[in-house]
Design a protein around this ligand. Structure first.
Ligand SMILES: Nc1ncnc2c1ncn2[C@@H]1O[C@H](COP(=O)(O)OP(=O)(O)OP(=O)(O)O)[C@@H](O)[C@H]1O
Ligand SMILES: Nc1ncnc2c1ncn2[C@@H]1O[C@H](COP(=O)(O)OP(=O)(O)OP(=O)(O)O)[C@@H](O)[C@H]1O
Ligand SMILES: [Mg+2]
Ligand SMILES: [Mg+2]
Lengths: 254, 254
């Protein structure tokens, strides 16, 4: 049974794409068959996995509107077992185009019905629009990257409310997969106070693993590589490996 | 004549709100009458200027749809000469609601016709949707905060294309006010290589002033204060003061 996980947070720059690319890579490294869907018109996940701009003409938009079969919309990556569905130029107009469609929130869910992977991760844009709604309806759970900053913390309660509304109105199986703290900077007290605040409110929904701020993680996309491949020994890559292990352990317990 | 400047970049987390709040404060400190419009449903600029959640019922959305006059939609802030139009809950639904309106891109421009300030800054959400389009149509120029990171650099050429399209189709007076480099980290080479790349492409459109990564800047919002007030001597606050001076010097030359 394919597990579909949306990686979402309407706050911008919190590490959605970085988490999507590196967690997907870590899971593929543990021999899971993984698809990463780039649902953000910015196409950062496509870049992070090295998809050339010329290879993005058939991707997420084309797959959603049915003009391209799954097998043609997905590309191999440098990572064995990891495939990516890139964001084409057309995805930019999708948000406005889909608003007036009849079943606008189930377009992605319907298209994915026959897809067979162990995990499908969906990298969402920084907004709570139709594209992110499609991801939340297609997914069984939501993984929330949370930057250890005040504005990011402020948006969390709104995001949890939105997930509850989607669960009640569109997708009764949608649950919170977990919250992963990102860009944790041990040199300043702000990170520590955000962590304390989130753990006190959400308890074991917050992963024990914390992703540190690590420049090697932000350098990797300029080489079209996940941090795991660019610099496996870096603190950021190692943290994503630990996250994958923690997620798998939690699944075994269920 | 009121100068209206949109602070926009579809990439998330690049410092739009932080630039809007601190530049607006710096201009107000130099005795300009300034309004900051929070056009992001997240309401971060409203938080950054200390507007309580209970004080946000009349704000940007209500002003745009005409259910609230300008004088009731704007609030005083701790900074003399600086006013803020907060983001109310209703703004969350505006993106989808406005898509089907007839003159959907000129709603904000029309509403602002009688507003009299020296500067109006508009803090935009991380997306290129109807709300950001309204800001680009209402504004005379766009100020682009650019985080010194690879994904942020990747989105810049797309953003410049979008500005050109808006200039040609909706707002012939729209120009690029400038690009401000944010969260510059002198400890790593990535920041320096992004700076070199941007200056070589855009020349004097990139401000000489660079905003350093400075934890005091990210602590300030938790106190509902601009960094300029929270810690005036901090490197971040001083950089925003220099930016305001540089912008005013450029205007005098014109
Ligand atoms: N652990 C980390 N250490 C250092 N830099 C990081 C880390 N995680 C992410 N970054 C950098 O921070 C920036 C924001 O991260 P990213 O783009 O993944 O966030 P996002 O939530 O996907 O943004 P958007 O809202 O635009 O989609 C990127 O430039 C990325 O390289
Ligand atoms: N110069 C700086 N030094 C340190 N932290 C900063 C700096 N500028 C911004 N930040 C922090 O980085 C985060 C992102 O900044 P900000 O929220 O202003 O970006 P944004 O572009 O408005 O994000 P969004 O796309 O969600 O609207 C915030 O937590 C902010 O406090
Ligand atoms: Mg992203
Ligand atoms: Mg913002």
């Amino acid at each position: 049974m394919t597990k579909i996980i949306a990686i979402a947070n309407q706050k911008g720059g919190v590490g959605k794409t970085t988490t999507a690319v590196n967690l997907a890579t870590a899971m593929a490294a543990i021999q899971k068959k993984v698809l990463l869907i780039d649902l953000d018109p910015q196409g950062n996940a496509s870049t992070g996995l090295g998809v050339a701009y010329t290879d993005r003409t058939q991707g997420t938009y084309e797959f959603m509107v049915g003009s391209c079969a799954l097998s043609r919309a997905i590309k191999k990556t440098v990572v064995p077992n990891l495939f990516v569905m890139p964001a084409s130029e057309e995805l930019r107009g999708a948000e406005i185009e889909f608003v007036t469609e009849k079943n606008r929130e189930v377009i992605l869910k319907t298209a994915l019905e026959s897809a067979e992977f162990d995990y499908i991760y969906i990298d969402c844009p920084p907004a709570m629009g139709i594209l992110t709604l499609n991801a939340l309806v297609a997914a069984q759970s939501v993984l929330i990257p949370l930057q250890c900053e005040y504005y990011a913390l402020e948006g969390l309660s709104q995001l949890l409310k939105t997930i509850k509304i989607v669960n009640e109105n569109f997708n009764p199986r949608l649950s919170l997969e977990g919250v992963i703290l990102t860009m944790f900077d041990s040199r300043n007290s702000l990170s520590a106070s955000v962590e304390k605040d989130v753990r006190s409110h959400l308890g074991d929904k917050v992963y024990t693993t914390v992703i540190p701020r690590n420049v090697r993680v932000s350098e990797a996309p300029s080489h079209g590589l996940p941090a795991m491949i660019y610099d496996f020994k870096s603190s950021g890559a190692q943290a994503y490996m630990r996250l994958a292990t923690e997620i798998l352990k939690k699944e075994e317990k269920v």
